[in-house]
Design a protein around this ligand. Sequence first.
Ligand SMILES: [Zn+2]
Length: 336
Amino acid sequence: MDDDSLRRLPKVELHVHLEGSFDVDRIVELADEAGEELPANPQSILRPKSLSELLARLDWWCGLIRTPEQAVRQAYDFAARLGADGVAYAEVIVNPTHWRGLRREALLEAVSAGFDQAARDGHCDAWLLVSLLRSQSADEALEVVEALAARPPSRLVGLSIDGNEAATGPTGHRFAPAFALAGALGLGRTAHAGESSGPEGIVSALDDLGVSRIDHGVRCVEDRDLMGRLATEGVALNVCLTSNVELLYGSIDGHPLATLVDGGIAVTINTDDPVTLDVTLTSELALAQSVCRWGLQGAIAATETAIRASFASASKASDLHKRLSEFAGWTLPDRT
Ligand SMILES: [Zn+2]
């Protein structure tokens, strides 16, 4: 399998943050427009030393977005970037608490407008997962979902939660009412867990938040019973290899992807913060291929899993399956 086949594969991404879509040139441009000093030299801005430093940097550069027009462009350019990598469909996490230069409603409308325009121009079909921050209160979280119910952004497909669980401790009970309301509204539900938290964070996301999939989830390998539950219930883990190597494992050799796959768990491959980490979905699928020794068929299977785990409408999921089948039939002519 070559990278060109992976690039042409009509890919699906379920775990990617708009906060991780800023490249150095854009950051410098926005800082200049805002009249702000850079916090580090340009070469090291995108090289945080820890999750906490990464989150602090994200707050700063997202806060440089001060107008809806800047947010529209950020969303449009990101969807174009994904499209250039052959990503057909993406659900993009946006956590409004990081974007302090714009009101939440204006931000989400602008991001939706940017994604709309990008889809019309034939780039990636990108949708919106609004994300809560773990340090928010129960009332703040509920207010976010109530506001989404009152005025849903046009590209909204689901509710997410992210942030550093190691710093906040267990939060499942606090966010249960917000996630219950999201479920009642018909929104998809996903949560970061099993990365900065251990297996208990995954159990809480399933039982307290009612999620149908987990962002990361890799630390389920510390609990064989939980692995069995995830496999039995068909809960997909949205794994991000390079991100996990940077923040958890230190080396790809220590990553448990093969253990997850061998355990029968549904796994999707994702980028997390692609510009910050200098990866693409194509490069992450190539890395997964080297870890699991799967051929193109493995990447196709992971994409099928991603379509099933997505919050896309039935007709959109059907379209994605059709595109994937056409690609597989063309690339693997002996496939029946
Ligand atoms: Zn993430």
